[in-house]
Design a protein around this ligand. Structure first.
Ligand SMILES: [Zn+2]
Length: 240
């Protein structure tokens, strides 16, 4: 059964099932809790997330089921997965087509704010990088039509409780928004745990330990549109 979902709210455009859980599950859960519409567009089905890294179409079914599990844990109103983009090979598909498809998805939904990957894609995964770039091009298309979202953020995971440090771009290192997700961190953990076929046990263990220690837990974001000086050192604390 389908039903109309209100425009506005917070949308994430990411590459793989599970990107939402390590990336922005907390911010999406907070937005949902505040009554905002929450949406996710995933470009691939994650069929190359097998133990040996060999793509397996039936494994894509498993990962989509895990994605739906995570979406329920987070409180997403809608999840979409694009067709025709191979996990690990998004950059091999026509970039222009990807931009057009993301533009259409956003134009139909009109989120107030969009989250995507920054220039290094957090982990350097090429799918992350091309999806982040395509999403930002899509927003510029929307701007030409006068329907750009109010804000675009890239994941800036410097507040990852695992302390995992990647080779991040300047944008990704310089969070402008520091979102406290402590009250809903259990949902982020539950979303993580939905992706049982993946083995990111260090991140899960770190998050669980932070919850058990009742430590404050944050997600970091860098607003890349509109571009204005960041409000360091206090950080903005809401995305919408
Ligand atoms: Zn990914």
């Amino acid at each position: 059964m389908s039903y109309p979902i209100a425009p506005g709210g917070l949308a994430a455009v990411l590459a793989h099932p599970d990107d939402e859980s390590f990336g922005c599950a907390g911010a999406l859960a907070l937005a949902h809790e505040d009554g905002a519409t929450t949406r996710l567009l995933v470009v691939t089905r994650g069929e190359a997330g097998t133990p040996d890294g060999m793509p397996d179409p039936s494994f894509g079914d498993t990962r989509e089921a895990e994605l739906i599990c995570a979406a329920r844990a987070i409180g997403l109103d809608e999840v979409s997965v694009l067709d025709g983009y191979p996990d690990g090979g998004v950059a091999d598909r026509p970039f222009e087509t990807l931009v057009t498809e993301i533009t259409a998805w956003l134009a139909d939904r009109r989120p107030s704010a969009v989250i995507t990957f920054g220039p290094h894609g957090v982990t350097g995964h090429p799918d992350h990088i091309v999806v982040g770039s395509a999403t930002r091009w899509a927003v510029e298309r929307l701007a030409e039509s006068g329907i750009a979202p109010n804000a675009v953020y890239v994941l800036s995971p410097i507040f990852d409780p695992s302390g995992g440090l990647y080779d991040l771009s300047a944008e990704e290192q310089a969070a402008t928004h520091r979102i406290e997700i402590t009250s809903l961190a259990d949902r982020k953990l539950a979303a993580f745990e939905c992706h049982a076929s993946q083995t990111d046990t260090a991140s899960i263990a770190a998050l669980r330990a932070a919850i058990e220690a009742e430590a404050p837990i944050h997600e970091g974001y860098h607003r890349v549109r509109p571009l204005v000086p960041a409000p360091h050192p206090n950080f903005d604390t809401a995305l919408l």
